[in-house]
Design a protein around this ligand. Sequence first.
Ligand code: GDP
Length: 200
Amino acid sequence: MKIQHADFVISNSDYKKCPKDKLPEYAFIGRSNVGKSSLINSIVNKRNLAKTSSTPGKTQLINHYIINNSFYIVDLPGIGYAKTSKKIREKFKKMVENYLIKRLSLECLFMLIDCRHSPQTIDQKFMQWLAENQIPFVIVFTKADKLNENQLKKNISSYKQEMLKEWIELPKIFVTSSKNKRDIEEIKKFIQKIQKSPSE
Ligand code: GDP
């Protein structure tokens, strides 16, 4: 898929204020610093579409970007990851959960995990919640270039083993790097495939 246009549309804190044109959308979530902005920028091949985590405010909103006038990429704030008070964390959690449950045009959620990390309870609980609520999602390991091929294989395999203690079947997995562009084309192909076969 060739990305011809990628533009910022709107940021907001309420799924009801998201664009109303019903184009399919693909959302990205992960704890801060996981490499979410870099991944989105790599996918759309634009240096600065998604802002990096240092931009105040943006990381706590639902950010819509329109791609080729045919679908949205949505940059979501991380659930429960913000270093703020419990009350504010709860507010973000509700905002994101509402979006994920009620946004009918959401085709797939990309759950980003740093490939160097072992399974964290908060991520595991969130993925359980996604499954319970039938929200389609895939796992995207990020920063694959930070490990050598052996370490990478070992980490991902032990991550899968850990997950298989709870899961019967694992979601689709991408192993990416925004630095050397590993699996970026695969993510684009995956989106293109969904675009061509919209859900009933
Ligand atoms: P966000 O907070 O999840 O949006 O993360 P960013 O995209 O801002 O990335 C956080 C830091 O990780 C930045 O210093 C990036 O340069 C770095 N980073 C992001 N992706 C990669 C990657 O694939 N490889 C490497 N080596 N560094 C990365």
